[in-house]
Structure formats: structure tokens, C-alpha cells
Design a protein around this ligand. Structure first.
Ligand code: C2E
Ligand code: MG
Ligand code: MG
Ligand code: MG
Length: 292
């Protein structure tokens, strides 16, 4: 009986592994051809000034329009793209597409809008990031001062020397850097003095709970004050309702992102919302001007 159980167990694991590797294999094959087949898309989520309500920038978020599975978020394929190194080519495309779209917005009159692009550590370790960024700026005609690159704490703690050299070169082109998901990574903050960083993005896991958990509220307050003392901008991620937004504004957080304003949108929908926000903000300023 024990022997038979063992055999069944073996078969069970083999089947599981076969399905897993089959799925992985299919995803990798799909990813390989996805660029050529133009299946990647960028969606854009606004970054909003909490003080004025103005949409001041957009974060580009990668999507894969899979021929059978539909629109896939990066959670489904990003690990594989990094493991296989395919993220290097995908990342080039993302940079180019994001800079091109931002330049289009500037040409349409939204001429102070920033664009933020997420980077993966593989792009630092195995790609030629400086060359790719310069190329994306040149081909799009976007000024580097409007481009922001989002890094994670683990990326900065990897091959710090190599990353620092590349960050410094890119800084010289006017590009700014932010730390994504801040607070979830490492407690060793020494990297903050080594890297020339513009802003900290407070992770959603804290933001979401500030009204219910004193712990998360205190962590959020600490991050905001800490960033202020270092002269860094704070961005709260994952704001889903007005109460949380108001609280963060009262705490002195600079910018916000989240479903409260908008989910990530395709370029066309984003442009429409941007236009509406601009009209609303200029209406606000003219009425407040009239009462003064
Ligand atoms: P991230 O950079 O921290 O992006 C924020 C994620 O939170 C996005 O998920 C966004 O859709 C989601 N989000 C924004 N506001 C809210 C909210 O109010 N509530 C909730 N529940 N979620 C919200 P998404 O688009 O699935 O991206 C996941 C992660 O994938 C990103 O996290 C980023 O680390 C990575 N990623 C996305 N695009 C790229 C890319 O082009 N290159 C690289 N290397 N990574 C990317
Ligand atoms: Mg990000
Ligand atoms: Mg800037
Ligand atoms: Mg984040």
C-alpha cells in the first residue's frame, strides 16, 4: 500500500510539474514573440498634487494583450520576463513608448506633464540603460527633465556600485529617480545617501491602512517626515478613497496615486481625463482668484 501511495504521489507531482513547465514554456514562447507581434501596451496612471488636485504626471504600467488570455497585468509575466532576460527588450520598448507618448502630451499642450517608467534590476545588470534612455529621448524629442525612473530598494542594494554609476550618468541628462514600494524592502537606509534620489513612493500596504491601524499611520508619518528632512518628495500609492486622500494631504504628503482618481488608462482615455482635470483646475483658480 505504501509503495502504491508513493507511486501515486510521484505521478501527482510529475503531472503538477508538467503543467507548470508547460505553462511557463508557453508564456516564454509568447513573450518572445510579443514584441514583434506588437502585443504590449502601456497604461497610464496619474500622479496628483494633493495640494492642488492637479494631474502633474503619469506612471507607465505595462500590459500584455495576449491573443488568447486577454489583457495581462505584469504580475502574470514579469518574473518570467526577468528570469529569461526578455525584460531587456521589453524595457527598451517601454522606455521608447512612454517617452513618445509623453512628448505627444506636451505637443497637445500638457507641456509640464512628467512620465514615470518602472525599471527592473536586470536592465541595470545586463542592459545598456544609459544608451537606451538617451535613444528613447532622442527619438521622441522629450526633454530628460520630464522622465522619472522608478527603482526598488532591492535593486539599489544589489550591485550598488554599478547601479550608482548608471544613475549618476542618467542624472546628468536631467532624469530623476524615485524609490517604489518604499518601506517594504530593507531597513538599511544607507543607500539613500549614496544615490541621488528625488522622491519616495510610500507603499500601498501602509497607505491603505492608515485610518485603521495606528502602526501603519505612524510608519506613514515617519516616512513623510523622514523624506522631508532629506528634501525628498513623497508620493502615496494606492489611495482608494477621499478620507485617506484627505488624511495624507493633512500629513503633508506631496503627491498621490490610486483608484480614488483613476485606474491605469490607455493613452486615449488618459488624455480625455487629463483635459477634464486641466479645465477643472483652471476653473478652480479663476473662481478663487475672483473671490480674493
Ligand atoms: P508599481 O510600480 O508599484 O505600480 C503600482 C501598481 O498598483 C500597479 O499595478 C497599479 O495598477 C496598482 N494600483 C494603483 N493604484 C491602485 C489602487 O488604488 N488600488 C490598488 N489595489 N492597486 C492600485 P500593475 O499595473 O499590475 O503593476 C504591478 C507592478 O509591475 C508595478 O508595481 C511594477 O513594479 C511592475 N511593472 C509595471 N510596469 C512595468 C514595466 O514597464 N517595467 C517593469 N520593470 N516593471 C513594471
Ligand atoms: Mg512604480
Ligand atoms: Mg523632474
Ligand atoms: Mg509601488
Amino acid at each position: 500500500q505504501a509503495k502504491a501511495d508513493g507511486k501515486n504521489l510521484c505521478r501527482f507531482f510529475n503531472d503538477q510539474m508538467n503543467t507548470l513547465s508547460k505553462e511557463r514554456f508557453e508564456l516564454i514562447t509568447g513573450l518572445r514573440s510579443a514584441i514583434k507581434r506588437r502585443e504590449f501596451r502601456l497604461h497610464y496612471q496619474p500622479k496628483i498634487s494633493l495640494a492642488s488636485g492637479k494631474w502633474i504626471g503619469a506612471e507607465a504600467l505595462l500590459r500584455w494583450q495576449h491573443p488568447e488570455k486577454g489583457l495581462l497585468a505584469p504580475g502574470i509575466f514579469m518574473d518570467l520576463a526577468e528570469e529569461t532576460g526578455l525584460i531587456i527588450d521589453i524595457g527598451k520598448w517601454v522606455l521608447q513608448e512612454a517617452c513618445t507618448q509623453c512628448r505627444i502630451w506636451h505637443d497637445q499642450g500638457f507641456d509640464s506633464l512628467d512620465i514615470a517608467v518602472n525599471l527592473s534590476s536586470v536592465q541595470f545588470s545586463r542592459g545598456n540603460l544609459e544608451r537606451e534612455v538617451k535613444k528613447a529621448l532622442r527619438k521622441s524629442g522629450l526633454d530628460g527633465h520630464y522622465l522619472e525612473l522608478e527603482l526598488t530598494e532591492s535593486l539599489l542594494l544589489g550591485d550598488a556600485e554599478n547601479v550608482r554609476t548608471q544613475v549618476d550618468k542618467l542624472r546628468a541628462h536631467g532624469i530623476s529617480f524615485s524609490i517604489d514600494d518604499f518601506g517594504t524592502g530593507y531597513s538599511n537606509l544607507s543607500y539613500l545617501s549614496k544615490f541621488d534620489i528625488e522622491s519616495l513612493k510610500i507603499d500601498q500596504s501602509f497607505v491603505r491602512k492608515i485610518l485603521n491601524s495606528e502602526q501603519d499611520l505612524n510608519i506613514t508619518i515617519a516616512i513623510i517626515n523622514f523624506a522631508k528632512s532629506l528634501g525628498l518628495t513623497t508620493v502615496a500609492e494606492g489611495i482608494e478613497d477621499a478620507k485617506i486622500m484627505a488624511k495624507l494631504k493633512a500629513l503633508g504628503c506631496d503627491l498621490g496615486q490610486g483608484y480614488y482618481w483613476s485606474k491605469p488608462l490607455d493613452a486615449e482615455a488618459f488624455t480625455q481625463q487629463l483635459q477634464q482635470n486641466l479645465s477643472k483646475c483652471s476653473a478652480d483658480t479663476s473662481t478663487s482668484g475672483a473671490t480674493e
